[in-house]
Design a protein around this ligand. Structure first.
Ligand code: ZN
Length: 414
């Protein structure tokens, strides 16, 4: 599947700082120690609706990871998927009387536009679930052959993963079994379904149903893949048995990432699947959780349509720490717009305080678990001084613009 178009990223002097990130499995900030290349898999959208600010905040988070790794001279292999076949997509298409393929193509195209506007560096591989179905079916068959999967006896053709095969299950989310059962029910699982060996066993393959699309599964029978095995197989195929970062929103901690890791680890015999499991916070609106059921989603495309500068949106989203669940308000956006204007003006100053010091400080803040509030404060201070005529470094304004572009993804010069 085609990704979006990237921008040229300026090279900064010297070598960037090693990046430390919070790992949900270890519940601690730990240095990333990327291999060659550095590998990252981020769970992408299910394209039944437009990109909202929660998606944007997540994508910006992992864009910053990629920028920090590149700055530290790592080659980065980054894979993102599109879940272009799944229940929510089919439900939305049915509700609106629309062809699900057309819906998925339209929303994926809009997502690409939004990512480009926000200056997200495109993934190395942008991969759809549908185009991956033969590979996924193949790995489901491997799990079945190894006794790690089983077919439900109700004639549905549905195949489940047997959690008994995954002896480390639970290490990624650190949840109690009671919490797992609650989250599984809330987030697309089916713990109540009769006939499963363990209520938490996740679906690997959904047998064909009347009125639903299905693909040839060979010995599996016709059907379509489950969501967790989709991500596990795409990541393993393109990035190898162990990856440096598995990323997504914090609503993916369980069951999605726990189950993907369990599938991958049983398939490869290696654990952990990811050295870091990294999760971005949710974005609420004016004190409420942003959700499709509340109908209060703020779409990136809507803001763009209202002529809000994407760079101001990006700065507004980075003004809070990526891990924090945080609120989107008019004031947050206004602060982002004002900051962008001030930085643009400062980038045109004749001189400013030391550019080398600014670079070291921004690198230092971002290296510490992507402390964007700290990094933004450092640039703010530099900008205020440059605009007040403080400092005699005539190269600093150009370097400041390159720092904003390369490390923060914010363009301050036209
Ligand atoms: Zn995923």
């Amino acid at each position: 599947m085609d990704s979006w178009t990237g921008h040229e990223v300026p090279r900064l002097p010297g070598t960037g700082a090693p990046l430390a990130l919070f790992d949900s499995a270890r519940q601690a900030v730990a240095p990333t120690r990327p291999g060659r290349p550095a590998t990252m898999y981020v769970c992408g959208i299910t394209p039944y609706d437009a990109t909202h600010l929660g998606h944007a905040a997540t994508m910006i988070t992992f864009d910053l990871v990629q920028r920090m790794w590149r700055d530290a001279d790592h080659q980065v292999e980054y894979v993102q998927n599109v879940t272009d076949i799944d229940d929510p997509l089919l439900e939305r298409a049915a509700r609106d009387g629309e062809d699900w393929v057309v819906l998925a193509m339209r929303e994926t195209a809009l997502f690409r536009e939004d990512m480009e506007a926000l200056r997200i560096i495109p993934p190395t591989h942008y991969v759809g679930a549908v185009e991956s179905i033969p590979a996924i079916a193949d790995q489901v068959r491997v799990l079945l052959d190894r006794g790690a999967g089983y077919r439900l006896a109700d004639g549905s053709g549905d195949i489940y993963f047997d959690l008994a095969a995954a002896d480390r299950f639970g290490y990624e989310s650190n949840l109690s079994r009671e919490q797992m059962l609650v989250f599984a029910a809330e987030r697309g699982g089916d713990p109540q379904r009769p006939g499963k060996r363990d209520p938490l066993d996740p679906l690997l393959w959904r047998g064909a149903r009347d009125g639903e699309p299905a693909w040839e599964g060979g010995p599996l029978g016709p059907g379509r893949p489950g969501w967790h095995i989709e991500c596990a197989v795409i990541a393993l195929r393109l990035l190898g048995d162990r990856i440096d970062v598995q990323g997504g929103g914090n609503d993916l901690v369980f069951p999605h990432h726990e189950c993907s890791a369990a599938h991958a680890e049983v398939l490869t015999g290696q654990a952990p699947f990811a050295a870091h499991y990294v999760h971005a916070g949710m974005i609420g609106l004016d004190g409420e959780k942003m959700s499709k059921s509340r109908g209060n989603l703020v779409f990136v495309s809507r803001l763009r349509g209202d002529r809000v500068a994407p760079m101001a949106v990006r700065l507004a989203l980075m003004s809070g720490h990526y891990r924090a669940d945080r609120q989107w308000t008019d004031d947050v956006l206004k602060a982002g717009q004002q900051r962008w204007q001030r930085w643009r003006a400062a980038a045109c100053a004749a001189a400013g305080p030391s550019g080398a010091d600014l670079l070291a400080a921004v690198r230092g803040r971002l290296a510490d678990d992507l402390d964007t509030p700290g990094a933004l404060a450092v640039v703010d201070e530099w900008a205020d001084e440059a605009l007040a005529g403080v400092g005699a470094d005539a190269q600093a304004p150009v370097l400041m613009a390159d720092i904003c572009d390369a490390l923060l993804g914010v363009r301050v010069r036209d």
